[in-house]
Design a protein. Structure first.
Lengths: 251, 315
């Protein structure tokens, strides 16, 4: 059974078909890349899967159950953690508190636990472990707004991991990063996958995407135009056309 | 207020100021839960103070309920109305919410003013003093009671700040969308913040009504809402110490500046502009000048003590 499956998923914004009958499957343990030119609907796909948008038509199944009618917080509770294309840390909270917010996700559901103190040794240790994993332990006390972009991206990954997600959705994790920073982030993502997480990511940087993903789905104008292993995608004429235009037009 | 009569009223005058300061502190701390912790601007907090006051006044003058019943009931009733404003905050956000809350303040005052049920422009008088085991409340008793209410509010505020609930509220303040993605039911939690904050303001209103024995719509109008929000901005928004300091400063200001009463608004405005320019986080907010000085002095004294004990060890 795939971890995540969308069937004929569509999202229209006043006539604009941002997503048009997209079918895709994410298998357990893989890194699935979503690529496509600007405006192809990649982020819309992410937002529809995480219930930020209600789909116009179609369904989303997570671990076999429909989730498209849920609210975003319920989707997170079910085990989908995500990051954002433009980082959205809790700016004035320390790095440590940022992680803690996500780490407490189960407590927010029970009246008994929600009034409990969050500052406890066992919580601190778990947060510290996450911070070490992304290499942020020395920035523990720093307000998130003071971190450079590269570290904010890492913080967002750690925060999503604190939800102990089954599926991690990364929206352009390397956007805006330099070559070295991207490389470090790629290593981090590999590391996360090695822990048994399933990852779905949007990536613009082709070298990064090709090197990292097991499989790719290509979107163009809201529709899925290709799907397959990176080397298949690279030579698919439809993909080349979507990115570069038709050969006749160039000539 | 008393004090200017020249009679030996100093004691009573101080007690009265103390009672009013206590009420201001409760109002500032309760708004702090809504605006400081959760980041939902409310410029209509006086309305909930008023709803609590009118509830208690009506329950005790018309239905002859004891204060000890009317007090919790009016807090409860205000919290229900406040939770409705919480529901409203799900639809209108940020600046628009601020404007909507101003509107709510005016509507509530207009209802008090134009409805006979609430006594119209004359308000409600003859609100009886609470009776505690046959002992009728005097001014010192009010002071004790208000102090208790202040302590309760501080307790609730600090429990909130240290709890997962408070952490979730802070996350909502920082980024509502991201908070929702982290598994927080932002809608429910915002309503909870409004319910707690307005409920406490309702309790403050109840004791205010009984203490004053007479209330009228003007007591709960928009300028009071502005004063309450100014308190937490000046003191340090989002912190307990800041809200208390702000309430004390702006609570005492009318007493100190009584000779220049006419220019009070000018003074407040100037004060706010200065705060925004030099101490945007408030006098006791995060990274404030005063706080840095205090921590510096503390550090120096710790070092000094260490040095002292170090010398002892060597000799």
């Amino acid at each position: 059974m795939p971890i995540l499956e969308t069937t004929k998923l569509s999202k229209h914004f006043a006539g604009l078909k941002a997503l048009n009958e997209v079918d895709l499957k994410v298998e357990r343990g893989e890194i699935l890349g979503i690529i496509g030119p600007n405006g192809a609907g990649k982020t819309t796909l992410f937002n529809t899967i995480t219930s930020v948008y209600r789909p116009t038509a179609g369904q989303v199944f997570f671990q076999g159950k429909p989730i498209h009618h849920l609210r975003p917080f319920e989707v997170a509770q079910r085990g989908i953690g995500r990051t954002f294309q433009i980082t959205r840390p809790f700016k004035n909270l320390s790095v440590w508190k940022n992680i803690l917010v996500a780490y407490g996700y189960k407590r927010y559901l029970s009246l008994k636990h929600v009034f409990g103190r969050y500052q406890r040794e066992e919580n601190n240790q778990e947060v510290l472990r996450l911070l070490q994993q992304v290499g942020l332990e020395e920035y523990k006390e720093v307000p998130a707004k003071n971190l450079p972009l590269g570290l904010q991206k890492r913080l967002e990954i750690a925060r999503a991991l604190a939800l102990n997600p089954v599926l991690l959705m990364l929206d352009e994790p390397c956007a805006g990063l330099g070559h070295e920073e991207s490389q470090e982030l790629v290593n981090l993502i590999r590391n996360v996958r090695a822990q048994g997480k399933t990852i779905m990511m949007v990536e613009h940087n082709m070298t990064v995407a090709m090197g990292l993903c097991d499989r790719m789905v290509v979107l163009s104008y809201g529709s899925k135009i290709a799907e397959g292993r990176p080397e298949e995608i690279k030579s698919d004429p439809k993909v080349i056309e979507a990115y570069l235009g038709k050969e006749e037009e160039i000539a | 207020m008393a004090g200017s009569t020249g009679e030996p009223m100093i004691g009573t005058y101080h007690i009265v100021v103390g009672i009013l300061l206590g009420i201001y502190i409760v109002l500032a701390l309760s708004l702090n839960i809504i605006t400081g912790y959760t980041g939902q601007p409310s410029l209509g907090h006086a309305a909930f103070f008023g709803i609590g006051a009118y509830s208690s006044a009506i329950l005790s003058t018309r239905y002859h309920l004891s204060f000890w019943v009317a007090f919790p009931l009016s807090g409860f009733f205000t919290a229900i109305v406040g939770s409705m404003m919480g529901v409203l905050s799900l639809r209108v956000k940020e600046d628009f919410l601020a404007i909507t809350t101003i509107g709510i303040n005016f509507v509530v005052v207009a209802i008090f003013l134009y409805s006979d049920f609430f006594g119209g422009a004359f308000g409600i008088g003859g609100i009886p003093a609470p009776i505690f085991f046959g002992y009728k409340f005097t001014k010192p008793a009010y002071l004790v009671f208000v102090t208790g209410l202040v302590l309760l509010t501080i307790l609730i505020s600090s429990i909130l700040l240290r709890s997962w609930l408070g952490l979730a509220l802070e996350a909502i303040r920082e980024d509502e969308f991201a908070a929702e993605t982290m598994g927080i039911d932002t809608k429910k939690f915002k309503i909870v913040a409004f319910t707690i904050g307005t409920g406490l303001a309702g309790l403050a209103g109840s004791i205010y009504a009984h203490f004053m024995t007479f209330i009228s719509p003007g007591d709960f109008s928009f300028p009071l809402s502005i004063t309450i929000i100014s308190m937490i901005v000046i003191g340090g928004i989002g912190t307990i110490r800041g809200a208390i300091l702000g309430a004390i400063i702006l609570g005492l200001a009318p007493e100190i500046f009584r000779p220049i009463l006419e220019y009070r608004s000018l003074l407040y405005g100037g004060l706010l502009v200065l705060m925004m320019r030099f101490q945007p986080n408030g006098l006791l907010g995060h990274e404030s000048f005063l706080l840095r000085r205090i921590s510096l002095i503390r550090k120096q004294s710790v070092e000094w003590m260490k040095k002292g004990s170090g010398n002892d060890a060597y000799t």
